[in-house]
Design a protein around this ligand. Structure first.
Ligand code: ADP
Ligand code: MG
Length: 733
């Protein structure tokens, strides 16, 4: 059971700090972490510190303790936010979303799973079969997505290498009726190459180490990942809690629960095998023509992809080009081109497999036959678990995209939590002390501004005919962005030896400086794949594989339109994500990574301070403390509470709604607390009134105080929340 916490656990809401300073914030965070209290509120925001150990706080009892309760009735927990988002959705038919942010390894994905488990646990009390099955698919999809989309990195043994936004749809009963997963930028370069100390996607090792001998034989695979170029480097790297055999079984089981057919599952494993075989192909020139070296690999690939061996061979060694005269010829690759083509093909196979899996899950869980007239409003809770800010030894195009995405999400946070709040007070004419915060729009612009930003420079370089190299592109960025306060490079700052000429540029992100190596940027942005591979796959007689390659239909003469670049596609997807989030009522989980060594004991103060600073948590506390948590237009307030006051029931005779509202407020004895805006009544933060006397002490002369923290609540405690207490804490919503 969730008990109220004692003083020895520090302040359960940062709003209650005696002073809002970094020092006090960190002291409280550290104390709580060391005492095993990994969650702390800032109002409705939950700050979470990765415990790096199994916590006994997610059981059924705990779920029951949070279910249907108000946010401040229990100690901080993910379940409290999940319940708040669920209640808002159910009571007020609001679309809500839970945005989980934090750097790689901070605990976002774990948090998203606990939140989904909570929502699954509290819904569908009547156990209706179709709702149960939707819940099951939603939960099982995590297992599959992690197998194919996660990998061991130097930051996290189970790092999500894609972004995930999942909508869960609810009917008027508040039961889940379906869902939809959006995936963002899978880091497909990992398929062919990994950084020192890292592995390929889990799926490959699970297949090799977990697949039955019979299966492996049919796929022409050997058991040991060391046999394959693409998995060799990661073969000897052990992963905490990795038991590839049981993971493999779990994924198989999950695929079946979701509804993947035998044929489909078999195609999935054939594609993984094709990729492994592709990686072992080499190319050799005898001076005249290039040949494939690699034993029976071509044969295996043709079998696994249900294609002719000659066609496979041809696609690997030639590309079809249209000549000026409209003729079509086969042009032989150089060894280098052939290797490049092979890797591009392997990456594309994996990326399309992943997208297909997500699409297939969506086809199962999408809401079918929903009739709003019949079923009432369909509402949504979105859960966003997207890659956190990343700084590696070597930062490439993927880190650039990921960090840009985090800039966008920070914008959204600022927009929703900080700026809107302040602007509303201003609009409503309520006295308000402005709180300064760093607005990172300037960095977002640096990346995405049309004609000026980094993405547009990259795209221009990709569109230019002829040889444009990464360094030429860097020069062009230097020229265009040299004046920008958040951009620098060695050329612009020759004395800074931490960057190399013609190789590095640095962005001063809101979360810190990141030095990017421009090498490979253009290629990853252009992301070319010879049409011959697409056609080869489209012509496969494996229907599942064929389905993944509809664009293989086109002949070379039809392929004229330039496809959008990877950066632009990513930018567009993130912009639409932000739009989707912005129209929902947001709830935030801000994850903090306590140390770099995955230790349950160590609270690395410098690292934590850095995260607290860039996540804007102090500003968040300040805005929260200065602010009013709840507000209600006068008219709606009256509708709801006019029966509680003799002057307003059934109709008031006062000059304005505002005066009528004042009458109700006075009658209930909390006129000292509220503020009257132009159109709305503002009520202070419930957590402040709950713990009156603490922090920036506000006094509530007329209200009965609730028990302070540390006083366990007996059975009768709830009675304290009746009448005006209830109105105060919840009713004014
Ligand atoms: P992120 O998604 O932010 O990169 P993860 O959620 O994958 O990070 O967490 C990284 C690792 O930290 C997990 O694999 C797990 O070992 C540990 N971890 C994170 N959150 C918790 C938690 N609430 N309880 C126990 N361990 C956790
Ligand atoms: Mg993750």
């Amino acid at each position: 059971m969730a008990e109220l916490e004692g003083f020895e656990f520090g302040k359960s809401d940062f709003v209650l700090l005696d002073e809002v300073t970094m020092e006090q914030f960190l002291d409280n965070l550290k104390l709580r972490f060391e005492q095993g209290r990994i969650y702390t509120f800032i109002g409705e925001v939950v700050v979470s510190v990765n415990p790096y150990r199994q916590m006994d706080i997610y059981g059924k009892e705990m779920i029951d303790a949070y279910r249907g309760r108000e946010l401040y009735e229990n100690p901080p927990h993910l379940y409290a936010v999940a319940d708040a988002a669920y209640k808002a959705m159910k009571r007020r038919a609001k679309d809500t979303c839970i945005v989980i942010s934090g750097e790689s390894g901070a605990g976002k994905t774990e948090a998203s799973k606990y939140i989904m488990q909570y929502i699954a646990a509290i819904t569908n009390p009547s156990q209706r079969a179709e709702v149960e099955s939707v819940k099951n698919v939603l939960l099982k999809s995590n297992c599959v997505l992690e197998a194919f989309g996660n990998a061991k990195t130097n930051r996290n043994d189970n790092s999500s290498r894609f972004g995930k936004y999942m909508d869960i749809n609810f009917n008027f009963n508040g039961d889940p009726t379906g869902g939809h997963i959006n995936n963002y930028l899978l880091e497909k370069s990992r398929v062919v190459q990994q950084q020192e100390g890292e592995r390929n996607f889990h799926s490959f090792y699970q297949l090799l180490r977990g697949g039955s001998e019979e299966l492996l034989k049919s796929l022409h695979l050997k058991k040991d990942p060391i046999e394959y170029c693409y998995t060799r480097q990661g073969a000897s790297i052990s992963v905490a809690s990795s038991d590839e055999r049981s993971s493999y079984k779990a994924v198989m089981a999950a695929l079946k629960v979701i509804g993947f057919g035998e044929e489909e599952i078999s195609s999935i494993y054939k594609i993984l095998s094709t990729i492994l075989h592709l990686g072992n192909l080499q190319f050799e020139s005898d001076g005249e023509s290039v040949q494939v070296v690699g034993g029976d690999s071509v044969q295996h690939i043709s079998e696994l992809t249900a294609s002719e061996p000659e066609s496979v061979n041809k696609a690997l060694l030639f590309r079809t080009v249209a000549t000026g005269g409209g003729e079509v010829i086969a042009k032989g690759h150089s060894e280098q081109e052939a290797s490049y083509g092979r890797d591009a093909f392997a990456k594309a196979l994996y990326e399309r497999l992943f997208a297909w899996i997500v699409g297939r899950i969506n086809s199962v869980i999408e809401v079918k036959n929903y009739n709003p007239a019949l079923h009432g409003k369909n509402t949504v809770i979105g859960v966003l678990d997207i890659y956190g800010f990343e700084i590696f030894e070597n930062n490439s195009f993927e880190q650039f995209c990921i960090n840009y995405c985090n800039e966008k999400l920070q914008q959204l946070f600022i927009e929703l939590i900080l700026r809107q709040e302040q602007e509303e007070y201003h609009r409503e004419g309520i006295t308000w002390q402005h709180i300064d915060y760093f607005n990172n729009q300037i960095i977002v612009d640096l990346v995405e501004q049309p004609h000026k930003g980094i993405i547009s420079v990259l795209d221009e370089a990709c569109l230019t005919a002829g040889k444009v190299t990464d360094t030429v592109c860097l020069d062009s960025m230097n020229q265009k962005l040299g004046q920008h306060p958040h951009y620098t490079s060695r050329k612009l700052c020759p004395t800074d030896k931490t960057m190399e000429f013609n190789r590095h540029f640095r962005i001063r992100h809101y979360a810190g400086d990141v030095t990017y190596s421009v090498e490979g940027f253009l290629d990853k942005n252009k992301d070319p794949l010879f049409q011959d591979f697409k056609r080869l796959m489209y012509n496969s007689s494996d229907p599942v594989l064929k389905e993944m390659w509809p664009d293989g239909q086109m002949s070379i003469t039809e392929v004229t339109k330039r496809p959008l670049t990877a950066a632009t596609l990513f930018k567009n997807s993130i912009i639409s994500l932000v739009d989707r989030l912005a129209c929902k009522e947001p709830y935030y989980v801000r994850c903090v990574k306590p140390n770099e060594v995955k230790s349950p004991m160590l609270f690395d103060e410098a690292r934590c301070q850095h995260q607290v600073a860039y996540l804007g948590l102090l500003e968040n506390v300040r805005v929260r403390r200065a602010g009013f948590a709840y507000r209600q237009p006068y008219e709606r307030f009256l509708q709801r509470y006019k029966m509680t006051c003799e002057y307003t029931w059934p109709n008031h005779l006062m000059a304005s709604d505002r005066e009528a509202v004042e009458a109700i407020v006075v009658q209930h004895g909390f006129e000292g607390d509220v503020a009257y805006g132009q159109t709305k009544l503002f009520v202070p933060d419930a957590s402040l009134s709950l713990h009156s006397g603490a922090g920036e002490s506000r006094t509530h002369p007329h209200s009965r105080p609730l028990p302070p923290e540390g006083v366990a609540r007996g059975p009768g405690a709830d009675a304290l929340q009746t009448d005006e207490g209830h109105l105060r804490h919840h009713g004014l919503l």
